[in-house]
Design a protein around this ligand. Structure first.
Ligand SMILES: NC(=O)c1ccc[n+]([C@@H]2O[C@H](COP(=O)([O-])OP(=O)(O)OC[C@H]3O[C@@H](n4cnc5c(N)ncnc54)[C@H](O)[C@@H]3O)[C@@H](O)[C@H]2O)c1
Length: 348
């Protein structure tokens, strides 16, 4: 078993082990006095894994119930949260009881937000089952739902009491979503780990996926410990995301998956920064080759001015400037704010 300690406002552990779902209850039991546990999951993941988690909770003395919502980002909204609250109420969830998020990033973000707000906050556990959730969204305590006007606009910082990662669950993850998660994995290599990047170049990610998860989670842990509330360093996790969000917006959130958009955003920005001498020469070529290897996009169908126009409205923009993450070289990055009025001269 791999164990990673996270020291945030509320500290917790991330445990990585295959076939761990059957022991979930045993790992959770010592951390809580809860009588009831509500498992939150979606229509794809619940039929595959909820019974195993539920049985292990029952074996460890929990009364359980299961809340299942329609899989997909379209469910990540306040109306689903309201249904979740109703389920919590009808199943007599008290302040000392517990919520278990079993699924991808949508499940974790929503169950986390419901836990953060129900009865002004109850404990929750993350059991991420998608690659993206295992390497990224289950760690760091950001929870959220979307509004019709934009993604993740309502949310809370709410740390889980435990994260249980069973890489075996990736065996049922559809290929598109696996690739999506790989976009984030490549990002971690780019910003903080030359050795991860080089191993991804040499080997096939799936063949050492447990190590990949451990490395990515450790990087995210380090960043989040320094900047739990996302006021500084945490912004480096947005490498590729600023242009990526713009591309998602331009394709109406349906033309590209998030991971594809991040990959395309990363290579686009790195080509520009390398041409300007801000990034070590050869970096963009290596990144491009790696993205190709994992079937991630290396070009976009939009002109740079359109991407820049869509970037201006980015959530991370301060109104007057946008915080970009540039690579110094593979494994090293830095932040630089660019004033919106300087966009055309900088990117021109
Ligand atoms: N909180 C954060 O820090 C953070 C960070 C990054 C992304 N996110 C959020 O994460 C979400 C994306 O996460 P995601 O890609 O995991 O989306 P998701 O939860 O919708 O999962 C993707 C798809 O895979 C299915 N699935 C998940 N695990 C499976 C498994 N083991 N077997 C079979 N099917 C499985 C799901 O049912 C879904 O259809 C977005 O809403 C994004 O905003 C949050």
């Amino acid at each position: 078993m791999k164990t990673i300690d996270v020291k945030t406002g509320r500290s917790y552990q991330i445990l990585i082990q295959r076939h761990m779902l059957d022991q979930a209850g045993a790992y959770i039991r010592p951390l809580t006095k809860a009588i009831r546990a509500v498992i939150v999951s979606d229509t794809n993941v619940a039929p595959l894994y909820a019974d195993r988690v539920r049985q292990s909770l029952i074996d460890n003395g929990f009364e359980t119930s299961l809340f299942v919502f329609e899989a997909g980002e379209a469910s990540k909204r306040l109306s689903t949260i309201e249904k979740m609250y109703t389920h919590f109420y009808e199943h007599n969830l008290t302040r000392t009881d517990i919520v278990i998020a079993l699924g991808g990033g949508v499940t974790g973000d929503m169950a986390g937000f419901a836990a953060a707000s129900y009865l002004r906050g109850i404990d929750f556990v993350q059991i991420p089952t998608s690659l993206l959730a295992q390497v990224d969204s289950s760690v760091g305590g950001k929870t959220a739902v979307d509004l019709p006007s934009g993604k993740n606009l309502v949310g809370a910082f709410w740390q889980p009491i435990l994260v249980l990662i069973d890489p075996e669950t990736l065996s049922t993850l559809p290929e598109t979503f696996f690739r999506d998660g790989l976009g984030e994995v490549v990002k971690y290599g780019c910003i903080r780990s030359r050795s991860l990047f080089e191993r991804l170049e040499r080997e096939n990610a799936m063949d050492f996926i447990d190590d990949v998860i451990e490395e990515c989670v450790s990087i995210k842990r380090d960043v989040v410990e320094h900047d739990e509330r996302d006021t500084g360093e945490r912004a480096i996790l947005n490498f590729g995301h600023t242009f990526g969000h713009a591309l998602e917006k331009l394709t109406d959130y349906s033309g590209m998956t998030h991971g594809e958009a991040v990959a395309a955003g990363a290579i686009l920005l790195t080509r520009i920064s390398q041409a300007k001498g801000m990034t070590e020469s050869g970096t963009a070529q290596r990144l491009e080759t790696l993205l190709r290897k994992y079937n991630l996009p290396t070009s976009v169908d939009f002109a740079l001015p359109d991407i820049l126009a869509a970037t201006r409205g980015d959530k991370k923009s301060t109104g007057k400037s946008v915080n970009f993450v540039f690579l110094k070289s593979i494994g090293e990055c830095y932040l630089r704010k660019i004033a919106i009025e300087d966009f055309s001269s900088f990117f021109g």
